[in-house]
Write a protein that binds this ligand. Sequence first.
Ligand code: ZN
Ligand code: ZN
Length: 361
Amino acid sequence: MSYEVRAVVAMKSGAPVEVQTIRVPEPGPGEVLVSVQACGVCHTDLHYREGAINDEFPFLLGHEAAGTVDAVGEGVTDLAPGDYVVLAWRAPCGNCRSCRRGRPWYCFDSRNAVQPMTLLDGTPLSPALGIGAFAEKTLVAAGQAVKVDPAARPEAAGLIGCGVMAGYGAAVNTGGVSRGDTVAVIGCGGVGNAAIAGASLSGARRVIAVDIDDRKLDGATRFGATHTVNSQGTDPVEAVRALTDGFGVDIAIDAVGRPETFLQAFYMRDHAGTVVQVGVPDPQMKLELPLIDVFSRGGAVKSSWYGDCLPTRDFPVLIDQFLSGKLDLNGFVSETIALEQVEAAFTKMHRGEVLRSVVVL
Ligand SMILES: [Zn+2]
Ligand SMILES: [Zn+2]
């Protein structure tokens, strides 16, 4: 048996996405079927539809989702129909060389559903980041469905499945922000603001938001930025030093992912400080940096994949912080939309008009 549901599909590179009826199978061993309630529109979905990730069209888009478990396959013991879950694109295998060394957040063999979801003619779909949640129902590996407190509304909860977790984790897990640290975050979109929130909740003394758009800087203060720097017309490195007694910050987070912003982050930190890159660069970008500066400034240069998160450990924490009023997930929800409006949401996102458009099903 299978289900026919409506879903957003990218049929070919650069073409507008379409709402199509797709077929979703009953869950097999280790799989769960999830009724999606809400799913955020992320830059990565747009990258898929532009063919910038790979060429395995057609793609079933959507990957920042919350919903309820409809059915579980054989061998799934820790989830039951009715459970409220946020979907993760990291489900550690437990067996790879990283998992075996106790670092499951670097898992090299993350789990996904085995059976394909298809178009009605049987063409298999490639689900974005192994999820595919711009759909009334989706099929994932059981490990991808992380139970959280059902009191958190799905429009907000789903966002921790990707961008919010990436930014928050870049500060907390990768950057290791702790009490008394000074932190700068370059780029105040969804990921950057989540890094600001994570840094603030971890006890950072100063959290300096850097962007080229005053509207975004205003927004960043809502998430815990203590100071803002508009880097258009001001040297952000000098400005950040001026705000930190001339020294620079302990942790500088590049949430943009361009050579210019990486270099800003590199030089705006204090000696022996940490640079965290969480913004995803384009493949052709190159970095030029005096090697002596890498050596003599000390510290650490790190990249953060999905905020180095462990979804089963981190998702429930973020949801608890949301429910207790500490983490403003509602602040990331710029608008709620229908499946048919995803293409229009890409345009708004590209223009920087929204933090997140969220599809509600
Ligand atoms: Zn693994
Ligand atoms: Zn994403």
